[in-house]
Design a protein around this ligand. Structure first.
Ligand code: UDX
Length: 459
């Protein structure tokens, strides 16, 4: 099928490249010309395992192209994805300016045949109908212009389209893998024609043709109304964020009573009603989705006169959790002024270069405020030269240089490579070998055998 994806952020680019990979003809549209040029050369502007490879294959096969021309994309696509950003406003509401501009833009150049417009961005509940209205506005404006410019005969015919909500659940760092191995596909809308087109589009994914386990049962497709589909995305993220805040709260109690949260998580996670995933206690959740989506849902509830108490508490627990490592550093080092603290990891989670709402940033701010010197090593950030928001940190090029002269290390992000560092050598290089494991990631007995004083979260 012919597909147009508008917006080439994490969601748009991964969706476009993966749809091209499974055989569709995809045009990705972005208004940033420099980015378009970069992608045309097969390079991904974001770090995402496997993405550049499938982009290059699809470009070679002539199934993936990039343009800054929205009308060319809209003309090409039978299915038009809106995948532009919906960042959080200071109020916590979503900023839907970009969705609005794109929807009007689609209306302004929608042509001939039937099209499905897919809301892929995480949009406030009710946006499906709003997008439909904006597209109709765009069509009306264009028709008015055509009538103004000439005879009624030049008035374009009313294009036919339907809006579908198709939220994504991909995780940064495993976005390509997640796209080919989804737990479910959610399609919201009231047009059978559009829903059936979407099922055809996703057929190879539904049948697990590109999955890691091709023999697994086909992917469940949840078809529902627009608002429920939009709500599914918010509720899923709010539930997962709450689950993490819950285990972090348990960890804080464990710390006080002398229990080990990793054992507790194992013990409760084996209950199939609870499940073992997303029970890793640590520095709390960050990134571009959880904070934005949970606060947007709280605000939507507020707008409709309901106080989402549990979700508000999940956010508060998460904020408090960010100062846990600072408190632990103060307990072991006492005065932080004049001390040097080294951070292992900066990104909000491993396998990404994303620093948005990363717990490391709050820690850096607090340590600097208290007069400590902060150094950091991160497998991606150290190499990338990316230093935005990191002016108070000395970013080291390797873990041993990081350890050199430190009074304590804090593991902030659970990068796989941190399991294999030469901790013996690092302990020797430190002024005092203390390690706060903010993700309960490392092996306590072996670190202690190298001379480290090990402090975990809730253990
Ligand atoms: C999330 C959702 O998982 C995904 O479905 C949605 O589409 C976008 O938001 P992502 O933000 O990429 O994906 O990261 P995820 O792997 O879910 O982790 C979110 C945060 O929770 C990270 O800060 C991570 O460190 C934290 N986390 C996760 C924990 O603290 N403990 C856990 O057990 C799991």
């Amino acid at each position: 099928m012919r597909v147009c994806v508008i917006g080439t952020g994490y969601v748009g680019l991964v969706t476009g490249a993966c749809l091209a990979h499974i055989g569709h003809e995809v045009i990705c549209v972005d208004n940033n010309e420099a980015k378009v040029k970069l992608m045309q050369s097969g390079q991904s502007p974001i770090f995402e395992p496997g993405l550049s490879e499938i982009m290059q294959d699809a470009i070679q096969a002539n199934r993936l192209t990039f343009t800054a021309d929205l009308s060319a994309g809209v003309e090409h696509g039978e299915v038009l994805y809106i995948a532009v950003g919906t960042p959080a406003l200071p109020s916590g509401d979503s900023d839907t300016r970009y969705v609005e501009a794109v929807a009007r833009g689609i209306g302004g150049c929608l042509n001939g045949g039937y099209k499905v417009v897919v809301n892929k961005s995480t949009v406030p509940i009710g946006s499906g109908d709003w997008v439909r209205m904006l597209i109709l506005d765009g069509i009306a404006e264009r028709q008015a212009e055509a009538v103004g410019a000439g005879s009624v005969a030049t008035r374009p015919s009313e294009p036919e389209f339907d809006v579908i909500s198709n939220p994504e659940f991909l995780r940064e760092g495993s976005a390509v893998l997640d796209t080919f191995n989804p737990d479910r596909i959610v399609l919201g809308g009231n047009s059978d024609r559009a829903i059936n087109m979407m099922k055809d589009l996703y057929a190879p994914i539904i049948s697990r043709e590109f999955a890691s386990d091709k023999s697994a049962a086909s992917v469940p497709v949840v078809t529902t109304d627009l608002s429920s589909a939009e709500m599914i995305k918010y509720a899923a993220n709010a539930f997962l964020a709450t689950k993490i805040s819950f285990i972090n709260e348990v960890a804080n109690i464990c710390d006080r009573v002398g229990a080990d949260v990793t054992q507790v998580a194992k013990g409760i996670g084996l209950d199939s009603r609870i499940g073992s995933k997303f029970l890793n206690a640590g520095l709390g959740w960050g990134g571009s989705c959880f904070p934005k989506d949970v606060s947007a849902l709280i605000h939507t509830a507020d707008d409709y006169g309901y106080e989402a108490q549990l979700m508000k508490a999940a956010v508060e627990v998460n904020q408090r959790q960010r100062s846990i490592t600072l408190e632990k550093l103060q307990q072991v080092l006492k005065i932080l002024k004049g001390k040097t603290v080294g951070l292992l990891g900066l990104t909000f989670k491993p396998d990404t270069d994303d620093l948005r709402d990363a717990p490391a940033l709050v820690l850096i701010e607090n340590l600097t405020r208290l007069g400590a010197k902060v150094k950091a090593y991160d497998p991606i950030i150290s190499q990338s030269g990316m230093r935005h928001g990191l002016s108070d940190v000395l970013v080291e090029t390797d873990p041993e240089r990081l350890a050199d002269g430190c009074d304590a290390l804090v593991l902030v992000t659970e990068w796989e490579e941190f399991l294999k560092l030469d901790y013996k050598k690092m302990a020797d290089l430190m002024d005092s070998p203390i390690l706060i494991d903010g993700r309960n990631f490392l092996d306590q007995p072996s670190l202690e055998s190298f001379g480290f004083r090990y402090v975990g979260i809730g253990r």
